[in-house]
Design a protein around this ligand. Sequence first.
Ligand SMILES: Cc1cc2nc3c(=O)[nH]c(=O)nc-3n(C[C@H](O)[C@H](O)[C@H](O)COP(=O)(O)OP(=O)(O)OC[C@H]3O[C@@H](n4cnc5c(N)ncnc54)[C@H](O)[C@@H]3O)c2cc1C
Length: 491
Amino acid sequence: MIVGISNIRHFGSITSSSGRKWGMCRFIHKEGWRRTIACSSASSAMINNNAQRDKEQLLVVVGGGAAGVYAAIQAKKLAPFLNVIVVEKGRLLSKVKVSGGGRCNVTNGHYVEKIHLIDHYPRGNRELRGSFFDFHGPLDTMSWFQNHGVELQTEKDGRVFPVSNSSSSIVDCLLHEAKKNGVLLQIGKVVTSASCNVNGKFLVKIEKRTADFVEIVETDYLLIATGSSKQGHALAVQLGHSIVDPIPSLFTFKIEDGQLTDLSGITFPNVKVKLILDATKSIPQFTQVGPMLVTHWGLSGPVILRLSAWGARNLFHSNYIGTLLVDFMPGIPTDDVKNSLFQHRDRFGKHKLSTSFPPSFDIFKRFWKYLFSREGLDGDLLWASISNKSLNGLTNLLKQCDFKIKGKGQFKDEFVTAGGIPLSEVLLETMESRKQAHLFFAGEVLNVDGVTGGFNFQNAWSGGYIAGTSIGKLSSENYLRMQALAGPITI
Ligand SMILES: Cc1cc2nc3c(=O)[nH]c(=O)nc-3n(C[C@H](O)[C@H](O)[C@H](O)COP(=O)(O)OP(=O)(O)OC[C@H]3O[C@@H](n4cnc5c(N)ncnc54)[C@H](O)[C@@H]3O)c2cc1C
C-alpha cells in the first residue's frame, strides 16, 4: 500500500522487452510533492485488463554486480517469458571492472575440488560443504565464460584471468549476454524498500536520486544481490531476515617498526605466521603458511591477507591490536637453525657479521642486517665475538620473530566484507530465503567471504547461478500451471 497519497492519475504506460505493459501513474502526495509510479499488472488492474498479461511474471534483481547479473542471465535463459529487471544504483559490474588490478581474477583453477575449495572461505566454510559448489563450481564458471567467448588463463598460483588481461572482457561478456537474452538493465536507480503483500508478491520501491521519481513495482520474485551495501541489508531486514554485523576482511597489518618498513619491497616466498590476539582471553590463534611481503607501513602478501580473513572478527574485537609470530624457516627445525649459526661461528669467526651468514638460510642480506640489529648486534662485529646468548637470540628471531600489529591497513587489489545474511536463513540448494517464499539472495550480501585468489567472485557466480536456476524453474512451472488454468488464449 502506498501511504499518504491523495490523488492518483494514470497517464500512460511503458512496455517491457517482452511486450508487457507497465502503468505509469502520477500521484500527488498529501504533503504536496508529486511522484511517478510504474505499477505492474497485478497492482494496477485498471491498466492491465488483458488476461494474458496477468500470466506474466516478473523478477526484480536488486544489484547489478557479479551475482545479480549472472543470476539474471541464468533465470532469463531458463524462463524466456519471465520479465527480468536488474536495478543498479551505480554502474553495472563496477567491482568486476576494478577487480584484480583491472584484470579480474574470475575464479581459482587449482582448488576445484570442493574439499579443498571450502578451505578458502572463512565465512561459509562449514555451510558450503553441501551442494553449493557441486551445482556450479570453478570449472563450471570457467566453462561458462569460455562458452560465451572469453578465453581464460590459469596462473601458477591458481588464479584465473581473462587472456586479454582486462576485466572489460568479463564485463562486456556479461552485459552482452544479459541484453541478448532480454534482461532489462536499469542503472542510476536505488531500491529503497521492499515488502511482501498478501498475495505473496513483493512491492519494491525504486527511487532515482537525481530526480523526483519513484516507482513501486510489484514482483513475483525478488533477488537481493546487493553485495556489502547497507541498503541491501536493510531490505533483507524489512523482509524478516537478520544480519551478522558487517566487518572488513582482507587487509594488511600496520606494524610500527621503522627498521622493518625501511625494507619495503622484500618478499619472503614461504613463511609461517601465527596471529596472536589478546592472550589473556581464550581467543583462537590463527596460523598460515605462504608468501609475505614487507610494505612501507607493515606486512602484506597472501599469508597476511589469509590471516586477516580468518581472524577478521577477532581482529575487529581486538581493535586490530595483536602480535604476529613469524617463522622465516618453516621447513627447518629450531635445533638445526641454531646448529647452523653455531657452526658458522666456528668456521667463519674472522668474518664480519654484516657480510657473512649461513648460505642455507636463503635470506636477503637486507633482512639479515635487520635481524642482528634487533638482537642489538653491530654489523662490524666478528662472528667469533658473538656470544651463545646472542646466537640463541638470532635463532629465536628466525624461528619466531614477533611483530606488534598496531592497526589495519588497506589492500588495494581486493577488499571484501565479512558478515551479512546468515547462511542458516537461506536454503543453499536454491538460494531461496527460509523466511519468505520467492525471495532469493546471492553473493556478498550473504555471510560468506573468501580469501584472495578468485574465491569471492566464485561465491558470486555459484550463488547467482543457483538463484537464477531456481527462479527460472519456479517461473516455468508457474507459467505452465497458469497456461493450463487459462486454457486457449484469445486476442
Ligand atoms: C577493489 C576490489 C577488487 C576485487 N578483486 C577481486 C578479484 O580479483 N577476485 C575476486 O574473487 N574478488 C575480488 N573482489 C571481491 C569481489 O569484487 C566481490 O566479492 C564481488 O564483487 C561480490 O559480488 P556481488 O555481486 O555479490 O556484489 P557487488 O559486486 O558489490 O554488487 C552489488 C551491486 O549492488 C548495487 N546495490 C547495492 N544496493 C543497492 C540498492 N539498494 N539498489 C540498487 N543497487 C544496489 C551496488 O551498487 C553494486 O553494484 C574485489 C573487490 C574489490 C573491492
